[in-house]
Design a protein around this ligand. Structure first.
Ligand SMILES: [Zn+2]
Length: 209
């Protein structure tokens, strides 16, 4: 029996939550058929890091790779979802218990999937990857890391350091997943960011099976 694909991306909506200080997400219909226009047409303005999106190394590394240079291998293939019950940040000790194989694509499911995405405001207390855990993932040479809220690093914590460590090592990062419906285990993953030339990030659609 073929298992169905599950969409683990969040819907992009006008006015949706975003990283504090980043541009608002604006999605507005500028041509309306109900007003006599020949077609409907939507105008969007937002940061490249809105909703479910990827970070390219260029986000924190001045000469790092940009979105269109991403190898498709980083985002298409087998991945492992690990569920963590962390109440604060994910630490290297937390990750050591998981026995993550080297070179993998890994996604971390935390309480963010149910708690943070249910909030109407940005959740400053979302579960993030502490810098020592970021270094552990680099040492494991993981290819791709996905998290279930808007940043790998914590707000007001080590957001810069965690990004520098992981993006500096060339890890491709998926942020803003919602893994509420996903159990731990192995999945086929397709995560396709739009091909924004020269960009430090790009919105993407992510599905698991
Ligand atoms: Zn980002």
């Amino acid at each position: 029996m073929k298992r169905p694909w599950k969409d683990v991306s969040v819907p992009l909506r006008d006015g949706m939550v975003h990283w504090p200080g980043d541009p608002e997400c604006r999605i507005q219909r500028v041509n309306r058929m109900e007003d006599g226009a020949v077609c409907n047409l939507t105008h969007i303005t937002m940061s490249a890091h809105t909703g479910t999106h990827m970070d390219a190394p260029r986000h924190f590394i001045a000469d790092g790779k940009t979105m269109e240079q991403m190898p498709l291998e980083a985002v298409i293939g087998r991945c492992c979802v690990f569920e963590l019950d962390s109440e604060d940040q994910i630490t290297a000790d937390d990750l050591k218990k998981l026995r993550i194989a080297t070179g993998q694509r890994v996604l971390f499911k935390t309480r963010n999937s149910t708690r943070s995405w249910a909030m109407s405001e940005f959740d400053k207390d979302f579960i993030s990857i502490r810098a020592d855990a970021a270094q552990y993932l680099v040492d494991l040479k993981v290819m791709t890391v996905g998290v279930d809220y808007l940043s790998i690093g914590g707000y007001g914590k080590d957001v810069v350091e965690t990004h520098q460590i992981m993006l500096g090592a060339g890890i491709w990062v998926i942020e803003g997943l919602n893994l509420a419906e996903i159990a731990s285990g192995y999945y086929d993953m397709i995560s396709l960011p739009i091909k924004l030339e020269g960009a430090d990030g790009a919105p993407c659609r992510v599905v698991l099976r």
